[in-house]
Design a protein around this ligand. Structure first.
Ligand SMILES: Nc1ncnc2c1ncn2[C@@H]1O[C@H](COP(=O)(O)OP(=O)(O)OP(=O)(O)O)[C@@H](O)[C@H]1O
Ligand SMILES: [Mg+2]
Length: 267
């Protein structure tokens, strides 16, 4: 069955798009047929990747239920495909989620992905309403992205509460975990936030924390995932392999009968 995961946070600018994009690349590099879907009317994935700028995408096919996956863009990595948002007129941003709900657009994407993909990842806009709410209703798992700073941590309970409310109302989406972003052991406030995250959410917190690193801005500037920034990928790109391995483990996906130990090279 296809896995569906949304990257979400009430607070903006915490690294949802960055995490979704680099996790999609890591999933694909690990051999999973991956679809990355941009649900943000701002078109954040389109802004992040060179070559997607003027493509049509989800927005162009919102009303066409038969064509939920029309607009999917192939990448040079055979296992990775992307459904960008495409252009949304600034005047239509408020009504966009209403239309998407009318057409059940995100659930249809999940339904239609069953044959072609192993995993569908949704980047969501900041906040818990609109497209984010639709994504939470469409997927089975959520990765909460928390910037290691006080305000982002204070907003985390609201997402957890909403997920509980959606489950009480019959939904089946659960919180897979919380990933700390922009961590640093040098800044005492950031370190204290990371410790608070571990203290409050314990086992929910992924062991992998994403460090604050200027390489992320270089990758944005170049319009590529970290792993494609140069022939010798920056060290921080490996963080997403580690995060995806944790996600896979939490979802119960382990290679063969591997139980977390070494993987045999030769059979
Ligand atoms: N670990 C990091 N180190 C340094 N910069 C980072 C890191 N993670 C994200 N950034 C940068 O922070 C900015 C915000 O990241 P991003 O766009 O991924 O956040 P977001 O949560 O998707 O924002 P929005 O709420 O607007 O959708 C971007 O410029 C991104 O390159
Ligand atoms: Mg974003």
């Amino acid at each position: 069955m296809t896995l569906s995961i949304a990257f979400a946070s009430l607070k903006g600018g915490v690294g949802k798009t960055t995490t979704a994009l680099n996790c999609a690349y890591a999933f694909a590099r690990r051999g999973s047929r991956t679809l990355l879907v941009d649900t943000d009317p701002q078109g954040a994935i389109g802004l992040s990747l060179d070559g997607l700028g003027d493509r049509a995408g989800l927005s162009a096919n919102l009303g066409n239920s038969e064509a939920a996956l029309a607009g999917v863009v192939k990448t040079r990595l055979p296992e990775l495909q992307i459904l960008p948002m495409g252009a949304v007129d600034a005047l239509d941003v408020d009504s966009f989620a209403v239309q998407a709900r009318e057409h059940d657009a995100l659930r249809r994407i999940v339904d239609r992905s069953q044959q072609e993909y192993d995993v569908v990842l949704f980047d969501t806009p900041a906040g818990l309403g609109g497209m984010t709410r639709l994504a939470l209703e469409a997927v089975e798992s959520v990765v909460a992205v928390a910037q290691c700073e006080p305000l982002a941590l204070r907003s985390l309970p609201r997402l957890i509460e909403l997920l509980a409310q959606l489950r009480d109302a019959g939904g089946d989406c659960s919180l897979l975990g919380v990933v700390g972003n922009m961590s640093s052991f040098r800044d005492p406030v950031v370190l204290a936030s990371l410790e608070e995250l571990w203290g409050l959410y314990r086992d929910l917190v992924f062991e992998t924390a994403i460090p604050r690193d200027s390489t992320f801005l270089q990758a944005s500037r170049a319009g590529v995932p970290l792993g494609l920034l140069s022939r010798r990928p920056p060290g921080v790109a490996a963080v997403f392999d580690s995060l995806v391995a944790e996600i896979e483990a939490r979802l119960g996906i382990v290679e063969g009968d591997n139980d977390g130990g070494p993987i045999r090279l030769v059979d």
